[in-house]
Unconditional design. Structure first.
Length: 106
């Protein structure tokens, strides 16, 4: 009986660890980059910004969905050729923007 109790306790502990573990291991990526292209969706609800990483020259596409940044992209406040500071979440199929701002003084 005592072995069964130990087994049940270990099983409960293992189950609790598994249920508390996040499913997606997303990393919050931050970088300074140059805007290569901006493609705004037809409905204006999102945009894909193609960026060139300042450190290694790698191309990264980031999806923007927040209204403030979309307004800046539509009004050309942020345009191709601008240097920006960006942070994005790289979980899932798309890189979702958290912040996208001009990198003043960089």
């Amino acid at each position: 009986m005592r072995t069964l109790t130990k087994f049940a306790a270990r099983a409960a502990l293992a189950l609790s660890v598994l249920t508390l573990t996040p499913v997606a291991w997303a990393a919050d990526v931050k970088m300074i980059a140059k805007v290569a292209a901006v493609t705004v969706a037809a409905d204006g609800g999102s945009a894909v910004v193609t960026l060139i990483n300042a450190k290694d020259g790698a191309e990264v596409k980031v999806t923007v969905s927040d209204k403030t940044t979309l307004d800046k992209l539509a009004s050309k406040g942020i345009a191709p050729g601008d240097q920006v500071r960006v942070s994005y979440d790289n979980a899932g199929a798309r890189n979702m923007s958290k912040t996208l701002k001009k990198a003043e003084g960089c």
